[in-house]
Write a protein that binds this ligand. Sequence first.
Ligand code: ADP
Ligand code: MG
Length: 722
Amino acid sequence: SGSMSRRQAIKAVTTYEVKTDGFPEPLADTFGRNVFSLSVMKKRLPKHVYKAVAATIEAGAAMDAALADYVAVAMKDWALEMGATHYAHVFYPLTGLTAEKHDSFLEPDSSGASLAEFAGKTLLQGEPDASSFPNGGLRGTFEARGYTGWDVTSPAYIMENPNGNTLCIPTIFISWTGEALDKKTPLLRSQQAMSKQAMRLLKLFGHDDVDTVVSYAGAEQEYFLIDEHFYYARPDLMTTSRTLFGAKPSKGQEFDDHYFGAIPDRVLAFMIELDRELFKQGIPSKTRHNEVAPGQFEIAPVFERSVLAHDHQQLMMTTMKRVAERYGMKCLLHEKPFAGVNGSGKHVNFSLGNANQGNLLNPGDTPHENMQFLTFCGAIIRAVHKYGGLLRAAVASASNDHRLGANEAPPAIISIFLGDQLMDVFDQIAKGGATGSKAAGIIELGVDTLPPLKADPGDRNRTSPFAFTGNRFEYRAPGSNQSISDPMVAINVILADSLEFISDALEKQLDAGVDLADAVQQVLMEIVLEHGAVIFNGNGYSDEWQEEAAARGLKNLRTTVDAVVEYTSPEVVEIFEKYGVLSARELKAREDVIFEYYALTLLVEAKETAEIAKTMILPAAIRYQGELASTAASLKAAGIEMQTPVLFEITRLITDLHGAMVVLDDGIAGMHGESEYEESKYARDVLIPAMAAIRAATDKLEGIVADDLWPLPTYNEMLTIL
Ligand code: ADP
Ligand code: MG
């Protein structure tokens, strides 16, 4: 029962001792130790091979497959020296999780065992049985094969286990027709498309020496930790990763005393070991702190190329769960494991740039640099306004729906926060257009009337889903459990489209003899006038914003069902196809997979709700009702007449619960649909309200039933005993 797990958890916390034998090695030696990095390759590869690999990683150059043999040999030797017994192609299927298929380096045969051949082709291509990964109809069951292909841009690494190590090779995952079955392929494609368009624009600003522009991503990961005794006493957490029941704690996050508070010892020990593990894999973990809700924390690595950041982020999530278990805790990455307290997001900070020019979202020191900076900002404003629906779709899931628009999370409306300083600049640019004159106080690009912009604009707006934070944008809608691929793909693609739009417009004016500054001024003015409605510096959590956003014509796609159809809207299909990121078929497949998962998630939650209500909560309530009733009867027999309000209340709630259980059972039985979309809609419109009705009754029961009879650990216990 709940009280049993509470005693065990309290014991685990109170008898917890910090391990002291753990970390003999200096940090600097730890970093990247398990990575087949450029510096390892430099030592081990023939010079021309190393150069080719480096060029592919750093500048996106195509790599000659013939060189793969050299890399394979060096990689195998290194891996064996590192104690690897197996190698695995690691890939990122549409589930959003990480998948891996292991093969032994040893090839047992009749004459004993010999070392397996690990040639270029083993590195370049793997063939996992793909039939059990979601594909949205892209791969007929008659052709179960999918192929994994080495992603040269993401380094191989060793995954340690006390019983033997594994060489992990990050790959893409595609069908035999070449269609993407994963989250990585479109990320690579979109990066390339964005780079091409960014370089074209840079050329107009006089930079023709640029060979690549990369998008960078830094993801702040929020998570909860709870003692494992609670976890195993909560079948809802075990099967659905969130609590389907639980009254709001008497003390939640109202005191604001947890954010940045002192970190409990056991948690800190976990964080320290987590950092070590991440450092070994070359993941630049940097920041760790308490978050808003009790039991909630955050980890943020330093930003990296978004493709690498993606792989590292996936590995980080896996590592967090593993390390937490070593400390008797469960790491919850669900977006809303506990109703009524803060949810967990994964803010994706993004910028673009390259080694020559640095960060293109950095306001510059000269008017020329500032003009270029404003142009990139203009591209983002247009992109977010035009494709807000896509950005919303890119973060859609059953679990993130609980978070968006709830406590301390941005609303489902996608808007941009620019900060006063930048807002003012764009206002003036727009006014210049409105008056058609260059009156005093109106900014003229290209001449030095533009005030130098401070890199740290000082003001922050935590309620905006898409905020400028001085030298980057922070996309706050992604959920804690999600891959950063979908949001980054969306950002890269819509940016490619806007950059191309701007280059076209500028070229037209330059051809007509207009000078660059005037041309930029004109284009930016048009963008602000046409797309300025997406800029919002106010409180995104307010009800007024819901109304104002509607008046501005901004979409408010509250649920996954409303949002995901954006993936196949004509404008979205057009740009994805145009930039060769995903075809209409691939987009449709992704949409179907999201719907399928959405419906499935809700169905599992519904079944679990029904089961716990029936087998745990109802029996507890009836037992307590029985106790109350027999007490009342005894009192009556003893001649004591007494009011029994609690008995009446519990009887009423049990009746409510019974009624709600019948409705939910019917809902589950009626679950079917003509398509993934219809099924999702049914799940949203029938299952969610039916579960809510059950929860309304059970959460009230939790406040009445005797504590020793209550079968589930409470919110208070789970969130504060750490
Ligand atoms: P805060 O919580 O104040 O928003 P954090 O320090 O928790 O900030 O996280 C900021 C994240 O933004 C980190 O991952 C950081 O590396 C990343 N970041 C910083 N500069 C850039 C940049 N130019 N491009 C992309 N990400 C960046
Ligand atoms: Mg942070």
